[in-house]
Ligand binder design. Structure first.
Ligand SMILES: Cc1cc2nc3c(=O)[nH]c(=O)nc-3n(C[C@H](O)[C@H](O)[C@H](O)COP(=O)(O)OP(=O)(O)OC[C@H]3O[C@@H](n4cnc5c(N)ncnc54)[C@H](O)[C@@H]3O)c2cc1C
Ligand code: FES
Ligand code: FES
Length: 485
């Protein structure tokens, strides 16, 4: 079957077909420059401020699902088969405001107004998904939106008030759902898509097998999943990322399978979708997962991207290392499996060959007697990258520590286990003295850097303190005294 050479999607109520798309074209530029839809704003162009929030709907195993995304880092070519909803689509006949917009007016949620369309879109996504949210759920939904003027209180009030205004059942996206599902279904023709502009080339494989073939043919291609890292290479570093191979549309890579032994997640599973599976087995990860970025980035960013980029300050690698996860890499038809800890070779260097890609991640199910914790230390509580991240997995039997796997982020050139500290724990009594003795070994495990996030001294000290915190939380044989994550 020949490849299709155009991408097709729906913007609000318009069918869009583009036969010239560059790898670095963003949805935000398409909306503002190409379509002159100025409601969607550009604040930071790096996924931080939320002023560019839009909804993107696509069929997942035939079911239409909308997620909030940052248009500034969403690459246009990845929209094939999607429905993009911008703020212009919200108001009704004769400009009648949508309930979430009216609530913002009623509660003075807008001052200069620059952030308002982005807040409105996140509130809209929440209003559709969870019509009666708690205040915590509202705060979580708005983590990825920044406002310099209001102090947030009026916006939270508006979001609460919106719950009693209108009904999602009568909303346009609900009423047109069946028709939209049919339209998007018709756009999915099962073909590989190759779309170009000048020398720039974007490839959307037809399936995971097809992706494996494409990468063997084009081993130096940039793999793009959620683009929450790669999007910034484009907008901040003006990097030429062509040719690009997209994987975000491949349902096979978004599957989660739970067996007696493991939780297996495809590399394209988003942070949001991985949360439920992980928290069901490891409840301590709930508050930790909620501190990864904001709702938009959690909806876009994938667990595979977080591992594959090899960042020393990615949040999920220390957790996955501590839990003993394995990964499957694939090149053509050949797969290899390895402990995730071995994947991180050095700063910016992972054990991945050209043409190879990360296919899945398997996390063992919990064992009895294991005590867990995951901690994120960052300057801001919300929407911030870790200065230090730590994950503990310690087994205690009859008062003795029998196993210890403790991994840190932000302490070395890669996410890394604390081997000396672990050795000091295994075989020792379960006691405060043991934990503090192990903490004292961290200086042998890590020589952290000083950078603008934290000094070397701070990193080492806070890491030691986390051992004490782990003890305080778990001292009563797992009767957890929860502090905040
Ligand atoms: C505003 C903002 C806040 C953020 N906050 C956090 C945070 O709190 N914690 C955190 O850990 N990260 C954070 N990030 C970083 C980012 O969200 C993560 O690293 C994310 O997991 C990357 O996933 P992605 O799907 O977007 O990857 P992409 O950007 O698509 O790709 C990232 C890298 O992985 C490669 N890649 C992707 N998938 C595969 C695959 N299957 N096989 C091989 N290579 C692959 C790409 O080629 C690229 O090198 C934040 C980013 C932004 C913009
Ligand atoms: S412009 Fe700030 S998140 Fe997109
Ligand atoms: S109202 Fe001015 S930035 Fe929010």
């Amino acid at each position: 079957m020949t490849a299709r050479s155009e991408i097709r999607f729906i913007l609000n109520d318009r069918d869009i077909t583009l036969d010239r798309v560059s790898a670095s074209d963003t949805l935000l530029d398409f909306l503002r420059i190409d379509r002159r839809l100025m409601g969607t704003k550009e604040g930071c162009a790096e996924g931080d401020c939320g002023a560019c929030t839009v909804l993107v709907g696509r069929l997942e195993h035939g079911v239409l699902r909308y997620i909030p995304v940052n248009a500034c880092i969403r690459l246009t070519a990845s929209l094939d088969g999607c429905h993009v909803v911008s703020v212009e689509y919200l108001s009704g006949e004769n400009g009648k405001l949508h309930p979430v917009q009216q609530a913002m007016v009623d509660h003075h949620g807008s001052q200069c107004g620059f952030c308002t369309p982005g807040f409105v879109m996140s509130m809209y996504a929440l209003w559709m998904e969870n019509p009666a949210p708690t205040e915590t759920e509202i705060e979580s939904a708005l983590q990825g939106n920044l406002c310099r003027c209001t102090g947030y209180e009026p916006i939270i009030k508006a979001a609460k008030a919106a719950t009693g205004m209108g009904s999602p059942a009568n909303d346009a996206l609900t009423l047109e759902r069946d028709a939209m599902t049919e339209k998007l279904g018709a756009l999915q023709d099962g073909r590989r898509v190759v779309v170009s502009s000048g020398n720039s080339r974007c490839i959307l494989p037809a399936s995971v097998d097809d992706m494996a073939d494409v990468l063997v043919e084009t081993p130096d291609a940039t793999i793009v999943a959620g683009a929450t890292d790669v999007g910034l290479w484009v907008t901040k570093f003006l990097k030429d990322i062509s040719p690009v191979v997209f994987l975000g549309h491949l349902d096979e890579l978004r599957e989660i399978t739970v067996t007696n032994e493991a939780i297996r997640m495809g590399a394209g599973v988003s942070y949001t979708d991985s949360r439920a599976a992980m928290v069901a087995d490891y409840p301590h990860l709930g508050p930790f997962w909620d501190r990864i970025a904001g709702w938009q980035i959690r909806s876009m960013g994938t667990i595979g991207g977080n591992v594959a980029n090899g960042s020393p300050i990615g949040d999920t690698p220390p957790v996955l290392i501590a839990l003993g996860a394995t990964i499957t890499l694939r090149k053509g038809a050949v797969r290899r499996e390895m402990p995730i800890a071995d994947f991180f070779v050095d700063y910016g260097k992972q054990d991945r060959a050209p043409g190879e890609f990360l296919e899945s991640i398997s996390v063992p199910r919990p064992t009895t007697g294991a005590l867990h914790a995951a901690y994120k230390i960052s300057k801001r509580r919300d929407e911030d990258i870790s200065s230090v991240c730590a994950a503990f997995n310690i087994t205690v039997k009859s008062g003795k520590i029998t196993t210890a796997c403790i991994a840190f982020g932000g302490m070395a050139a890669t996410p890394k286990r604390a081997a000396h500290a672990e050795a000091a724990l295994v075989g020792a009594d379960w006691s405060e003295a043991t934990l503090l003795n192990a903490a004292a070994c961290l200086g042998d495990d890590f020589k952290p850097l000083t950078d603008w996030r934290a000094s070397a001294e701070y990193r080492l000290q806070v890491s030691k303190n986390l051992f004490r915190r782990f003890w305080l939380e778990h001292q009563n044989d797992g009767a957890v005294v929860r502090l905040s994550a």
